[in-house]
Ligand binder design. Structure first.
Ligand SMILES: NC(=O)c1ccc[n+]([C@@H]2O[C@H](COP(=O)([O-])OP(=O)(O)OC[C@H]3O[C@@H](n4cnc5c(N)ncnc54)[C@H](OP(=O)(O)O)[C@@H]3O)[C@@H](O)[C@H]2O)c1
Length: 237
């Protein structure tokens, strides 16, 4: 993918959840490279400071919203923050997630299941419900749900089960949005060295881009309900 494709996101606003570090930070920078204004998000505003500094290198507008997506109040704070400024989002990048530590599957307590589903599924659905109507009324929207290759591995439930739920939800959402220019996708980022992925992961975090940008750059009425694999794409100079 060329660094400047024919498609510019100038004038668009993206909300990237969990953009204080890791994959979300790379996605936020990648979107800014395509002239997209970015709403950064973290549990606390100060957590997003470094990403905010990095985005100051680009000629785009930025703002920060904060909220713990494991709570209804946190989700509300994020929606209200966006409503105050910029008022809407054109691209919703549902990236934030939590991963539990490994345990025998029969020993996992309810609260561990609850946290994984609250952050990884319920918050993602709530943010989609909050912002999809605005996208539909404008006739443009891109919703990208970050999934994982772990759905194919028999380990790390409830995290893996929550990602399977994200995949199924995305299929249902794609069916519901069929024929509109609000396109929903899943992204499998690959196994990346982040706080979540750990130091032994296959890939440097920077390799999530440009692939992670492909579903954000889809042409009008392009593919809907498609799964993108970030590691299949490289920059061409
Ligand atoms: N890394 C991998 O190998 C890998 C592989 C497959 C899929 N993924 C997926 O890629 C996405 C990003 O992963 P990552 O590796 O970049 O994770 P990460 O390094 O752990 O970063 C997590 C991000 O999510 C935010 N976050 C965590 N808990 C939150 C909560 N309760 N409420 C709101 N925000 C919260 C964090 O914000 P704070 O800084 O405020 O904590 C941070 O910005 C996730 O959906 C993950 O499942 C990752």
């Amino acid at each position: 993918m060329g660094r400047k494709s024919a498609t510019s996101l100038a004038g668009r606003w993206a909300l990237v959840t969990g953009s204080s570090r890791g994959i979300g930070r790379e996605i936020a920078q990648g979107l800014a490279e395509f002239d997209c204004n970015v709403v950064l998000h973290a549990r606390k505003r100060e957590n997003a400071r470094r990403t905010l500094e990095l985005l100051s290198e680009y000629d785009v507008e930025t703002t920060v919203v904060a909220g713990d997506l494991g709570t209804a109040a946190g989700v509300r704070a994020v929606v209200e923050g966006v409503t105050r400024h910029p008022g809407h989002v054109d691209i919703l990048y549902n990236n934030a997630a939590v991963q539990n530590t490994w345990q025998s599957v029969w020993e996992i307590e309810r609260r561990t299941w609850q946290e994984a589903f609250d952050v990884n599924v319920h918050a993602l659905v709530a943010l989609t419900n909050a912002f999809a109507p605005g996208m539909l009324s404008k006739g443009y929207g891109r919703i990208i749900n970050v999934s994982s290759g772990i759905r194919d591995l028999p380990s790390l439930a409830p995290y893996s089960v929550s990602k399977a739920a994200v995949d199924k939800y995305t299929q249902d959402l794609a069916a519901g949005l069929s024929g509109t220019n609000v396109l929903v996708s899943t992204l499998d980022p690959g196994w990346l060295r982040t706080d979540m992925g750990g130091p032994n992961a296959d890939h440097d975090v920077t390799t999530v881009v440009p692939g992670a940008l492909v579903p954000a750059l889809l042409p009008d009425f392009g593919p809907n309900g498609k799964r993108f694999f970030a590691q299949e794409y490289e920059w061409s100079e």
